[in-house]
Design a protein. Structure first.
Length: 538
């Protein structure tokens, strides 16, 4: 039975959360006249465009606003005369697209965002030309800096206080739980950063830009307090090495080991986060005794399970829409013409299978996911109480090394994986050949089945984050997972490549978006002009 005394980490969480709530209450205060307003008609047009774009460029929902900030910032910073105009037009675009609420954002936010943009443009202007960083890929420092700038700007428009509070609590808690074997030679500072990266990736679902920003401001805390021009200049000169050093931690060889350790505790942090956000006025009372927190956890678990199901369905629908639209477009542009010119006619049976099977497979994946049990809830209660009230935890998770790449075990495992890979894809090719698929049809079927399997794996993984009950795995489920794994990994690789060469997104971003958004701005100004002229009529 835990004591009634909160641990230091829990008290820090409570204080940070109360401070975040107070900030949010006062953040957008002001009179109605001081709030930014856009016209409803132009807003609907912009909102429709964003919906279309987000359908053809599948991304996690919580990343959509930050990605929109990054997209708009890149375009505006190249076209506008000064930082104030960049800030103003950026905020107006976000409101039109409904990433920010209309009539609720104060005019003073334009100046707040201008100051951030000014910092980054100063930094960009000081960086040597043609500088690139080498990580997993080449990337311009311009893109690297714009990415972290977008996250800082989003944080000014929509404060991240509550999210930061639970992330800091999770980081501190995991620092007490995780130990590292001495032979890995990981320093205390690196260990702390690797735990933080794992928390950001898995609990907050941060993307690369978010993680880069968090590590950047952790290492350079004075960045948030307008450093001097000399400091800016010195930072710009070292920016490549700064970026390389941050990416080295994010891509650390033992990063996955830390991620697996954090994932085992995700359910506790996610439920605790919902307890806090669901009872903002009673949070101090709830944390005051384990009886109160127990009741709140049980209530929150029930709601969280329902919300997770709804989110699961929504993610599945977005995935299905993305896959279906892309598949139909490719069928009309490539498969049908190929069949007509090279096969003597369209085989509608194989074409129909190719179009309908991937969405149906995704639907089956979603239907197979079950709601966690009461036993799961009881274990979550015990785990959270231990984190909140036990101040003397000893490390319970040890980070071990990876299997050496040149070891005998590694060679044997690679050979076994090659066999599994060959059986998985060989079996699919054999079935498709029996069904009469041609080469193009086979390619697209494999392509979309792999992507769907990857999306399905991600959705299943997200759904299982609330599970702390050890799942029993039989020989059948083990074999199914074994032979599906190569397909999911190919899907992951294709998904990454698609995000880099997505033709639809390229057309929207580089050909349509700039003139379209300009048209929306002109259209909105025209509406206000007509309204003013109408008001002059007596």
């Amino acid at each position: 039975m835990p004591s009634g005394q909160l641990s230091k980490e829990a008290q820090d969480l409570l204080d940070a959360y109360k401070k975040a709530l107070e900030t949010e209450r006062n953040y957008n205060s002001g009179t109605e006249e001081e709030k930014i307003t856009v016209h409803q008609v132009s807003g609907k047009i912009a909102f429709f465009y964003e919906k279309l774009r987000n359908t053809v460029d599948y991304k996690e929902e919580h990343l959509l606003r930050k990605n929109a900030v990054e997209r708009i910032l890149k375009r505006r910073i190249m076209t506008e005369k000064n930082e104030y105009d960049v800030s103003k037009f950026l905020i107006y675009e976000l409101i039109r697209a409904r990433y920010l609420p209309d009539k609720q954002i104060p005019e003073k936010r334009i100046e707040d965002v201008r100051l951030i943009i000014e910092k980054y443009t100063f930094l960009l202007n000081k960086i040597p030309d043609h500088t690139v960083i080498i990580g997993n890929k080449e990337e311009s420092l311009f893109d690297w800096i714009i990415g972290i700038a977008a996250y800082e700007i989003e944080g000014v428009l929509v404060p991240h206080g509550e999210v930061d509070a639970i992330a800091d609590f999770a980081r501190k808690t995991m620092e007490k739980k995780i130990s590292v074997r001495e032979e890995l030679r990981i320093s205390t500072d690196t260990r702390r950063e690797l735990i933080y990266v794992a928390v950001l990736k898995n609990l907050i679902k941060s993307d690369l830009d978010m993680i880069r920003y968090k590590i950047f401001v952790t290492r350079h805390s004075d960045w948030l307090f307008a450093p001097s021009e000399d400091k800016f200049t010195r930072m710009a000169e070292k920016m490549e090495s700064i970026a390389v050093g941050i990416d080295a931690v994010i891509n650390h060889e033992y990063g996955d080991n830390f991620s697996r350790a954090v994932k085992k505790n995700l359910a506790y942090f996610e439920i605790l986060q919902d307890v806090a956000s669901g009872h903002p006025k009673d949070i101090e009372h709830i944390f005051s005794h384990h009886y109160h927190i127990e009741d709140s956890i049980k209530e929150t678990c029930v709601k969280k399970y329902r919300t997770a199901q709804t989110k699961l369905k929504r993610s599945a629908i977005r995935s299905i829409a993305y896959i279906f639209i892309t598949k139909v477009a490719l069928a009309l542009l490539i498969e049908v013409p190929y069949d007509k010119f090279f096969e003597g006619g369209v085989r509608y049976s194989t074409l129909l299978i190719n179009i309908l099977f991937p969405p149906l497979l995704m639907a089956l994946v979603v239907l197979a996911i079950k709601v966690p049990s009461k036993k799961n809830t009881s274990l979550i209660v015990t785990g959270i109480e231990s984190m909140l009230y036990d101040d003397d935890q000893t490390p319970s998770i040890q980070i071990k090394g990876n299997i050496p790449q040149n070891s005998l075990f590694s060679t044997v495992f690679k050979l076994l994986y090659l066999i599994v890979f060959s059986v998985s894809f060989g079996g699919i090719f054999y079935i498709l050949k029996i069904l009469g698929f041609n080469a193009i049809g086979m390619f697209f079927f494999i392509f979309f089945i792999s992507v769907v399997s990857y999306f399905g794996a991600r959705i299943r993984k997200n759904a299982r984050e609330l599970l702390v009950v050890q799942q029993k795995e039989g020989i059948t489920s083990f074999l199914i997972d074994l032979f599906i794994m190569p397909i999911e990994q190919v899907g992951q690789w294709l998904s990454v490549k698609m995000s880099n060469i997505n033709v639809f997104v390229y057309v929207l971003d580089f050909i349509i978006e700039a003139p379209f958004k300009t048209f929306v701005e002109i259209f909105e100004n025209w509406i206000y002009y007509v309204k003013e002229e109408k008001d002059k009529i007596e």
